[in-house]
Design a protein around this ligand. Structure first.
Ligand SMILES: Nc1ncnc2c1ncn2[C@@H]1O[C@H](COP(=O)(O)OP(=O)(O)OP(=O)(O)O)[C@@H](O)[C@H]1O
Ligand SMILES: [Mg+2]
Length: 403
C-alpha cells in the first residue's frame, strides 16, 4: 500500500485490518483519510489474489466507485490495465502491484533427461529451461515422448538420469528430491481429463478449492471461481450457464459440456489453485482451430499477467498460435531433441539444416514434415548433436547454484 508500507513486506497469505485503531496492521490517521473508521476494512491475500471486506464503516469502502455491501468479501481484480480503484470513504488508496504477489515467481530448468521402459529409451536427452512469464511449446510426432517428458518434470515419473530444478530467486530446488516444497507451485493438466461427470462445473471447482484451501470462506471460493472463469472468456450470462452445466461425458451417457467448454473447465480446475508452473498436455486437442487459438491466446495472456511459467505439448498449432510461444522444444521419434530454442527461429534453423524453404507454410506443419522425412531426419540428428553439445554449457543458469 502506498499509504502504509506495512503490508508490502509480508510474504504468503495474510489477513490484515485497515483502520485508525492501534490494533490495525495498516493504521491510517484521520489526516490521511478523513472518514477512516477505527476498524474500517479487512484485506486478505490468498496466494496471488487480494480480497477486501468493509467492516461496517460509516463512510464505506468502494471498488471502482461501487460501494461494497457491509461484511461481504469482494476481489480486487488485477488485469493488464492495472487494478480496481479502492476508496475508503471518498479517499482513494493505492496498492503496490507487488502486494498481489504472495510468492516469488519460479522457473523450471532441467539437465538432459533420460528415461527408459524395459530396454526402450523414451526420453533421450530432452531438457527444458523456462523462465516466469514465458510460454513453451513441446511438439513432435505421436509417441515421441512428449507426455513422458511432462511426467518427468511434474514429478509423476523420475528420470533414470538427469535432474529437474525449480528456480526461485537464486535458489535451485531439486524437484524430485524436495517435491513437497514445490508441489503447491505446480499445476498439471493431463491429456485425458479426470472430472466427475455428475457434478456441475461450479460444484466440481468448489470441491477442488475446498480440498486445496482448508477453511477458505465460501464467498471467497465463489469469487475465485467466477474470476477464473471470466479470465477464460465466460462473461455474465454465459458464466452462469457454464457454471451450472453438468460436466457429463460420453462414457457416462450424461450430456454436458461441449468440447471447447470441457477444455476450459479443465483448465479452470488448474488455474483456481494459482500455479506458478503450469504444465499442460495437449490443452487444445480435439478443438476446432478457432477454439484452439482462443485457448492459446488466453494462456498467453494469463502467463504474462501472472508471470506463470507455462509449458505445453501441442499438436499442429495454427500459425497464429505458433507465434505466441516464446520457446519451442521439438522432439524427434526416438525421444531426442530435434530443436530447442526460440520458436521464432525454428523454421529458419531447419531451412539452414535441410535447405528446404518454409515460405508460405504453416510452421508446425513444416517442422513435422521435416521430421517425418527419413532423409532429412538423419541430417537433423547429426546437426542437433552438435547443437546439443553447445547447449550443455548453457544448461545451468548463471545465478543458480545447483545441488
Ligand atoms: N509406462 C510405459 N510402459 C511402456 N511404454 C510406455 C510407457 N509410457 C510411455 N510408453 C511409450 O513411450 C512412448 C512415448 O509415449 P508418450 O505418451 O510420452 O508419447 P507422446 O509424444 O505424448 O504421444 P502422443 O502425441 O500420442 O500423445 C510411446 O511409444 C508409449 O507407448
Ligand atoms: Mg501425449
Amino acid at each position: 500500500m502506498k499509504k502504509s508500507d506495512k503490508s508490502v513486506g509480508l510474504s504468503g497469505d495474510f489477513e490484515i485490518l485497515i483502520g485508525s485503531h492501534k490494533s490495525c496492521g495498516i493504521r491510517l490517521t484521520a489526516v490521511e483519510i478523513p472518514e477512516i473508521a477505527k476498524k474500517h476494512a479487512i484485506l486478505k491475500r490468498v496466494r496471488d489474489r487480494l480480497f477486501i471486506q468493509d467492516l461496517g464503516s460509516k463512510a464505506g469502502t468502494s471498488l471502482d466507485d461501487f460501494r461494497l455491501p457491509k461484511k461481504t468479501w469482494e476481489e480486487i481484480v488485477q488485469n493488464a490495465n492495472g487494478y480496481n480503484q479502492i476508496k475508503l470513504g471518498k479517499t482513494p488508496i493505492g496498492i503496490d502491484p507487488q502486494v498481489f504477489r504472495g510468492r516469488p515467481r519460479v522457473g523450471l530448468e532441467t539437465t538432459a533427461l533420460y528415461y527408459q521402459v524395459s530396454e526402450r529409451m523414451i526420453c533421450n536427452g530432452a531438457y527444458l529451461r523456462a523462465k516466469p512469464g514465458t510460454m513453451t511449446a513441446i511438439m513432435g510426432p505421436a509417441g515421441c515422448g512428449k507426455s513422458t517428458l511432462l511426467d518427468l518434470v511434474n514429478g509423476y515419473r523420475k528420470p533414470k538420469r538427469g535432474q529437474v530444478f525449480v528456480i526461485r530467486n537464486k535458489e535451485a530446488i531439486n524437484l524430485h528430491r524436495d517435491y513437497n516444497q514445490v508441489r503447491e507451485w505446480l499445476g498439471y493438466l493431463p491429456q485425458d481429463d479426470v472430472m466427475i461427470p455428475e457434478l456441475t462445473v461450479y460444484q466440481s471447482l468448489n470441491y477442488r478449492l475446498k480440498l486445496q484451501f482448508l477453511g477458505l470462506p465460501a464467498e471467497i471460493r465463489r469469487l475465485i471461481i467466477c474470476q477464473t472463469c471470466q479470465h477464460l472468456g465466460f462473461e455474465a450470462r454465459r458464466l452462469k450457464k457454464f457454471l451450472n452445466t453438468v460436466i457429463g461425458s460420453s462414457e457416462s451417457g450424461i450430456r454436458g459440456l461441449s468440447g471447447g467448454e470441457r477444455k476450459r473447465a479443465n483448465l479452470a480446475h488448474e488455474l483456481i489453485a494459482m500455479p506458478l508452473i503450469l504444465l499442460l498436455d495437449e490443452p487444445t486437442s480435439g478443438l476446432s482451430s478457432v477454439d484452439a487459438d482462443k485457448i492459446v491466446r488466453l494462456l498467453k495472456k494469463l502467463t504474462q499477467l501472472y508471470e506463470i511459467t507455462t509449458i505445453m505439448t501441442i499438436h499442429q498449432p495454427s500459425s497464429d498460435s505458433f507465434e505466441r510461444f516464446d520457446n519451442l522444444l521439438l522432439m524427434n521419434y526416438d525421444g531426442t531433441v530435434a530443436y530447442y530454442g526460440a520458436s521464432a527461429q525454428a523454421t529458419s534453423y531447419f531451412e539452414r539444416v535441410t535447405g528446404t524453404s518454409s515460405s508460405g507454410r504453416n510452421p508446425a506443419e513444416y517442422l513435422l514434415e521435416i521430421l517425418d522425412n527419413p532423409y532429412y531426419n538423419k541430417q537433423i540428428l547429426e546437426s542437433f548433436e552438435q547443437e546439443q553439445f553447445n547447449h550443455q554449457f548453457h544448461l545451468i543458469m548463471p545465478h543458480a547454484s545447483f545441488s
